[in-house]
Design a protein around this ligand. Sequence first.
Ligand SMILES: C[S@@+](CC[C@H](N)C(=O)[O-])C[C@H]1O[C@@H](n2cnc3c(N)ncnc32)[C@H](O)[C@@H]1O
Length: 259
Amino acid sequence: MTSTEQGRRKYDELAERYEEIFPYVADVGQLLVDYARPERGSRVLDVGAGRGAVARAALAIGCQVTAIDASKGMVDRLAADFPEIDARQMDAGALDFPDGSFDLVAAGFVIQVLPDADVALAEFRRVLAPGGMLALSLEKQTVGRLRWLFELAGEFFGAPVPSDDSPGGMTSDQLNALIESAGFIDIATDSVEMPVPMEDPAALWDWLTPRGLTDAVAALPEDKAEQFRLRFIAGAEHMQANGGISLDFKATLHRAGTR
Ligand SMILES: C[S@@+](CC[C@H](N)C(=O)[O-])C[C@H]1O[C@@H](n2cnc3c(N)ncnc32)[C@H](O)[C@@H]1O
């Protein structure tokens, strides 16, 4: 199976509960549209639209919205939820639209999951009309108060423990360099923070289950799995007693124009 097929399958499986599992994407979709400020009636393309966090914010202010996603599961649900949106299954790197078709191309949390971000950015530029705008959001991976959990995962699963200075994933500077290389102008960036509070250790465990935790623990020998559970609960209880369990979700918003 290619990495693109694996990615598609993963999002097909996530489609039903995507915005339950990632509740902050709706707010960030709205913030991204606010940041881009498309005019009423603008032709907007939402790339990697998922369940429509960006698309529905654009729709709500009277834009004419087209949404594409590689996952059929996402596209089917989006089309059923928002019949006003022209939703199509398509690859971000091979957009089946003529040059200059859109006033705004937006992509929420997509650029970092694409194998060839530069190819996709060239496509976004091609389908934008002169004077059009690009708007992207990028998850900013942070360690912060969850360091204990990264260290625990490192110990039991051999996962690399990121540092606060170099947390892994694409940085906003790297993204801006790619945007510039693709020929965009007037690049601007903003930061957003969304604290995601968790009630107790069990809620943190539930949050991590669709992110692979339960499967990873189930694959451990039984005694190791039990050790992991105990250490996880102890770590989460300690966090709860010292300021509460909260995931400090951070992202950057990027905006750029075309000549
Ligand atoms: C992290 S989700 C973001 C969804 C949505 N934009 C949001 O903000 O909630 C990434 C989305 O990109 C889609 N995707 C991944 N690779 C893609 C590709 N090559 N072309 C188009 N969509 C892709 C996935 O199916 C998924 O829906």
